[in-house]
Design a binder for this molecule. Structure first.
Ligand SMILES: Cc1cc2nc3c(=O)[nH]c(=O)nc-3n(C[C@H](O)[C@H](O)[C@H](O)COP(=O)(O)OP(=O)(O)OC[C@H]3O[C@@H](n4cnc5c(N)ncnc54)[C@H](O)[C@@H]3O)c2cc1C
Length: 399
């Protein structure tokens, strides 16, 4: 790697900004380009407890990350359950989160440019990057430009529509204390309502090709109206979200001679939940660590050891999660019922939302808690007919 030129990072979202900060703190010269810098990127902005544990500076931002402790799950048929999350989710405005991470990068010594990269070309052992204003030389390129960028195809095969979700959403003025997740009939995805410090981020996601953005938008607007949200003053957005299939993860190319991809550019998003912020930050950390160790090619192995098995498993079970059946009823209906009826199952859900229950250990834990879940579930089922409608029973917050 020719070291007379800096490392160039294309994209200053969470992945690019964190990688830049770590590389600069490790003594490397880094130049970072983002066409918008801190902006309200379409996103829920939810950070799990696992993310806050891994990056404690994000937990120390005071009220910037709105800590939400209560969650309502709504099944496709309308069963509702509210439960207390033992570890709150921190919900950030992306303008704030990106700003915070970019400031950290600047503080570590990263040279930050608000410019759009329009071309990346190989020149000898290094790179030339072009913007509408200027040309830059780099020894290494880190692509952190998110899911919607034209460079992925230059480094590896373009992302297939089968590996994407479409999303639509609104940033709505006002406040709500409750995080809500509504699962849907016939859509591999869900509606979310994420309360932020000074507004609400509500959205809907579905598999690309299965449903159009216009249909998602209509379904979301109907749901928001039925659930008491008003759209006056709200801002609409739509965006894509990587949701890789198992086979795509199998052949994933994330680095090569003089380059690497991190975050959404590399497709590192949980195909069930759409969680990408943790993986953006962690892939940035692993990639920067490999570069600082002088072994950039180790990045792929580090991802393979820690990140990819979990994402591959999520990709494998995603269809069963959204479309599968358990004892003749949809898996989603069963999940909501069990959350309402069983304290042991609620603990499991709470840990899943905290990001501290991995998919790999999920089956073993389910077997372990099965007797308790069955006893608690049976007791709950016997109570239902005497306690009014299922909906009102489920809507009771057991805490
Ligand atoms: C609707 C929606 C809701 C989501 N909700 C959540 C959630 O609640 N929790 C969660 O964990 N994840 C969520 N995600 C996923 C999360 O938003 C992404 O995983 C995360 O933003 C990835 O970070 P990144 O840094 O890789 O990319 P991005 O955040 O997309 O950042 C890429 C940056 O690159 C810049 N850029 C792009 N092209 C160029 C160029 N040519 N030149 C210069 N700059 C460029 C952009 O301006 C941008 O700032 C959601 C995604 C969507 C679409």
């Amino acid at each position: 790697m020719p070291t007379e030129h800096p490392i160039a990072i294309v994209g200053g979202g969470p992945a690019g900004a964190l990688a830049g900060a770590q590389l600069a703190a490790g003594g490397r010269e880094v130049v970072l380009f983002d066409e918008k810098l801190a902006w309200e990127k379409p996103c829920g902005g939810g950070l799990t407890h696992k993310t806050l544990q891994q990056y404690p500076f994000l937990a120390e931002t005071g009220s910037e990350g709105n800590l939400v402790e209560h969650c309502e799950l709504i099944s496709p048929s309308g069963q509702r359950v509210r439960f207390h999350m033992q570890h709150p989710v921190a919900i950030f405005s992306r303008r704030v989160l990106n700003g915070l991470l970019l400031e950290r990068a600047r503080g570590a010594g990263v040279e930050v440019h608000q410019e759009r990269i329009t071309r990346i070309e190989r020149t000898g052992g290094g790179w030339q990057l072009r913007t509408p204003q200027a040309e830059y030389r780099a020894s290494y390129v880190m692509l952190a430009a998110g899911a919607r960028n034209s460079f992925c195809a230059q480094f590896r095969a373009p992302i297939s529509p089968h590996d994407l979700m479409v999303t639509a959403g609104y940033f709505i003025p006002g406040r709500t204390p409750l995080m809500q997740i509504q699962f849907l009939k016939g859509i591999t995805g869900y509606i979310w309502v994420f309360p932020r410090a000074d507004h609400v981020s509500a959205g809907i996601a579905g598999k690309m090709g299965e449903v159009s953005t216009a249909d998602l938008r209509r379904a979301l607007e109907r749901w928001l109206e039925e659930n008491g949200f008003r759209l006056e003053g709200a801002n609409f957005y739509s965006h894509i979200l990587p949701s890789f299939r198992t086979e795509t993860f199998e052949t994933l190319k994330v680095c090569g001679e003089g380059w690497a991809m991190i975050g959404d550019s590399a497709g590192l998003v949980d195909p069930i939940t759409g969680e990408g912020l943790y993986y953006a930050l962690r892939s940035a950390e692993l990639c920067a660590g490999a570069l600082l160790a002088g072994r950039p090619e180790d990045y792929r192995n580090l991802l393979e050891e820690e990140v990819l098995p979990e994402l591959r498993l999520a990709a494998r079970v995603s269809h069963r999660f959204y479309r599968g059946e358990i004892f003749g009823d949809s898996a989603l209906e069963r999940m909501v019922s069990l959350t309402a009826q069983s304290a042991s199952f609620r603990d499991l859900m709470s840990d899943l939302f905290a990001g501290i229950q991995s998919y790999r250990d999920l089956r073993a834990r389910l077997y372990r808690i099965l007797p308790a879940v069955m006893t608690e579930g049976l007791a709950g089922t016997l109570r239902w007919p005497w306690n009014g409608s299922v909906g009102s029973e489920l809507a009771t917050d057991p805490e």
